[in-house]
Write a protein that binds this ligand. Structure first.
Ligand SMILES: NC(=O)c1ccc[n+]([C@@H]2O[C@H](COP(=O)([O-])OP(=O)(O)OC[C@H]3O[C@@H](n4cnc5c(N)ncnc54)[C@H](OP(=O)(O)O)[C@@H]3O)[C@@H](O)[C@H]2O)c1
Length: 309
């Protein structure tokens, strides 16, 4: 880093590197992550569930970075068959130097996916777990690969790891499950990094959180759509009390590009980690619980039907 504070000026030249970023919808953290990676020369695969939104994101990136090298991968992370199809499609990308598991939903109403999973856990954890496992060979082929998972301050809401049968019916609390899904992102990151080291693979896994950033996350969770007048009003209300989506992407970008060891967690450095320039931050003790990490890994393998690495 050039000074005590990390800035996007610290991102190295990424020419010749390939990144895959999930959830790159315009206005969100994934968009700003993809934009900044493209600005620094990376080829960026935009991975999202709607082709039209991928087109819009690619158009907005190209407006700022003419000649940006962009690819599209259509994936619905809440659908394990879609994740498998997307991973097959992503084989054409060749080696992947950076995988950013950014996409997510927050505090949505109860819904079961086609796989019988609760939708927050499916979208935020099981889908990304399967995608990462299926893309791992390509990340290994980089020779110096990195995986960054998006967690949240909300991991602190979780008093226990989500280790029960993920298809069992139980009383649903939107925020408890969101907190558990974001705890799962950390448990997954730390177990993944340990397994990669144990297997001697040239890949590290890190995590980041954006503090509180003005994106579509609240409207997506509450209304299930970013379109319409109510969505615009709610989006504006969130933006008024949070840091920008651009600044919210900085912890991800630092975790993705700074010289940091695997297992590092990056978040905003301001009061309460809600905003500010990124720095290394701490987690709850539960997120560092190696027994919970291992048990979630085994449960996730059984749930998605893939044993890895
Ligand atoms: N914003 C914050 O303050 C905050 C705080 C803590 C953590 N985070 C984390 O940051 C990450 C990004 O969120 P954001 O704030 O940028 O929210 P956002 O603006 O709502 O963006 C979320 C992205 O995830 C995509 N997505 C949702 N469900 C998907 C699915 N089933 N398959 C594929 N893509 C899907 C969305 O696509 P569509 O456009 O198609 O819906 C969108 O591109 C999330 O993991 C979130 O938990 C955000």
């Amino acid at each position: 880093m050039s000074g005590a504070t990390w800035t996007t000026a610290d991102i190295p030249d990424l020419t010749g590197r390939t990144a895959l970023v999930t959830g790159p919808t315009v206005g969100g953290l994934g968009f700003h992550t993809a934009l900044e990676l493209a600005r620094h020369g990376a080829r960026v695969a935009l991975a999202g569930r709607t082709s039209a939104k991928l087109d819009a994101a690619a158009g907005a990136i190209t407006d700022e970075v003419p000649g940006a090298l962009l690819e599209h991968v259509v994936v619905d992370l809440a659908d394990l068959a879609s994740v498998r199809a997307a991973a097959d499609d992503a084989a054409r990308l060749g080696p992947i130097d950076l995988l950013v598991n950014n996409a997510g939903i927050m505090a949505s109403p109860h819904r079961r996916t086609a796989d019988g999973l609760e939708s927050q856990m499916a979208t935020n954890h099981f889908g990304p777990f399967l995608l990462t496992g299926l893309l791992l060979d390509q990340v290994v082929a980089s020779g110096d690969g990195r995986i960054v998972n998006l967690s949240s301050l909300a991991h602190r809401l979780a008093h226990s790891a989500p280790l029960g049968d993920p298809r069992a019916r139980r009383r649903y609390s939107r925020w408890r499950v969101y907190g558990q899904s974001k705890l799962a992102n950390l448990l997954f990151t730390f177990e993944l990094d340990r397994r990669l080291r144990r297997a001697g693979l040239p890949v590290t896994a890190l995590a980041a959180h954006p503090g509180f950033a003005g994106t579509h996350l609240v409207v997506n969770g509450q209304l299930g759509t970013t379109q319409g007048r109510i969505s615009s009003i709610l989006d504006a209300a969130v933006r008024a009390v949070s840091q920008s989506a651009e600044a919210g992407a900085w912890p991800t970008l630092m975790a993705a590009t700074a010289d940091l060891p695997g297992g590092t967690y990056v978040g905003p450095g301001g009061p309460g980690q809600a905003s500010g320039p990124p720095r290394i931050v701490d987690t709850t003790p539960l997120a560092r619980d190696e027994v919970a990490q291992r048990r979630l890994w085994e449960l996730s393998e059984a749930t998605v039907g893939l044993r890895w690495p």
